[in-house]
Design a protein around this ligand. Structure first.
Ligand SMILES: *Cc1c(COP(=O)(O)O)cnc(C)c1O
Length: 426
């Protein structure tokens, strides 16, 4: 007899042993009062502050987004009614794709039901349509990109994270006439570092390769119109495919790619992950369009996010908390141990009413487990100060080292250099 249940139970037990079994908090966000939320813990329910949301700019509760969603659902109903092949494309989706093409200065765009699906479907389809394609992939690419690479069946080579010299070595060694696809991200969301996009596109041009960039953690947040890091650096036109999500800074749901008419039409026509699944509902499309339009002209949210993220980093570093270096809005604190990371997260929630999900392997390498904090424009100075106090108490109570208290681990953890406390700058 086969012990089916036993196989599942032992898989779960392995996660418990490694102290990386994941528990999701039962939360209810409060529209109009983000980052406040209600946390339900059995019979108890209490108000807490969320510090790890990817609703980076609070657009999920923005008046224009909420009203676009509610008015569209009232007018057009809830669902899409089918795949686009079978049921046609809802008009709000047509408008959304125009808006996205414009955002990135591309000829066309194509919307998927999530960013994950957009990466998996687009990378695999693009690589399959290029004969004998060689994929060059950054070692820290997101799971959805890795799935796309794998599903393509194409040969792949991994280049060291953001290492253009290594990428050049691989490009140089490849046959000039062989199709090549370089896949990478702009903002890497666990460390908050940024790819050297200008150098990567220059290499791609020199060695005759195509580029595919994931701007999921940058769209809405960087560039004068929210077109991402590529827009900020004036590089959008030199990238072949730009991928993004509607679910993070734009505050809704869905993913997309933007590129030339030919690439977009080919993915539309060949990608099973696009063809054989129900389209995004019209209300979500309308809400996403409202969010993108708002962020094309409003700088207030972007400025607020940058200001609060910088303040959080400075305040935490001053308190001796091990802030990992980050060039962006992401504020990672090194814990370096899965069990301590989970304990810290539980303690913050139970004792301080602060929610920060532990980030453990395989999301980040073992030994670099961390608390990943994402300040938004709606996390004001008082909330940041409250969080600092809570973190200091928690690190002390749980026994997580402050800066300088674990030279061995700090030296071993890849890339870890604590921010230097600036006494002068405050
Ligand atoms: C979250 C994420 C995705 C997936 O986007 P969803 O819209 O959430 O499916 C893709 N790439 C990266 C880098 C991400 O962090």
């Amino acid at each position: 007899m086969i012990d089916y249940q036993g196989h599942f139970e032992s898989a779960i037990e392995a996660l418990h042993v490694e102290k990386r079994y994941r528990v999701f908090a039962d939360l209810e966000r409060i529209a109009g009062r983000f980052p406040a939320a209600v946390w339900r813990n059995g019979e108890e329910s209490r108000e807490i502050t969320v510090w790890c949301s990817n609703d980076y700019l609070g657009m999920g509760q923005h008046e224009s987004v909420v009203s676009a969603m509610t008015s569209t659902v009232s007018a057009l109903g809830s669902g899409a009614g089918g795949t686009r092949n079978i049921s046609g494309t809802s008009h709000p989706l047509v408008e959304l794709e125009r808006e996205l093409a414009d955002l990135h200065g591309k000829e066309a765009a194509l919307v998927f039901t999530s960013g994950f699906v957009s990466n998996e479907a687009s990378i695999s389809t693009i690589a399959k349509l290029l004969p004998d394609c060689l994929i060059l992939s950054d070692e820290l690419n997101h799971a959805s990109m890795i799935e796309g690479v794998r599903k393509s069946g194409a040969r792949k080579q991994i280049f060291r994270h953001n290492d253009v010299a290594h990428l050049e070595e691989l490009l140089k060694a490849a046959d000039r006439d062989r199709p090549k696809l370089v896949v990478f991200e702009s903002v890497y969301s666990m460390d908050g570092d940024i790819a050297p996009i200008a150098e990567i596109v220059a290499l791609a041009e020199r060695y005759n390769a195509m580029t595919y960039i994931d701007e999921v953690h940058a769209v809405g947040m960087y560039g004068p119109r929210g077109g991402g890091i590529a827009e900020r650096e004036g590089l959008s036109h030199r990238l072949d495919v730009i991928e993004g999500t509607l679910a993070k800074a734009f505050g809704v749901l869905g993913g997309y790619i933007a590129g030339t008419k030919a690439v977009i039409d080919a993915v539309r026509s060949y990608a099973p992950g696009f063809i054989f699944t129900t389209a995004l509902p019209p209300a979500l499309a309308a809400a996403a369009t409202a969010s993108i339009r708002h962020l094309k002209t409003s700088q207030v949210e972007r400025d607020g996010q940058q200001r609060q993220a910088a303040r959080a980093k400075a305040v935490f570093a001053e308190a001796g908390l091990p802030v990992m270096p980050s060039e962006t809005h992401i504020v990672p604190l090194l814990v370096g141990d899965a069990d301590l990371c989970k304990q810290a997260s539980d303690h913050l929630l139970e004792t301080h009413g602060i929610y920060i999900q532990p980030i453990n392997y395989p999301t980040v390498p073992r030994g670099t487990e961390r608390l990943r904090i994402t300040p938004t424009p709606l996390h004001d100075d008082a909330l940041i100060d409250t969080l600092r106090e809570a973190l200091v108490e928690t690190f002390t109570a749980i026994g997580i080292p402050f800066v300088g208290e674990r030279p061995a681990l700090e030296a071993r953890s890849a890339g870890f250099m604590p921010l230097v406390v600036s006494k002068a700058g405050g």
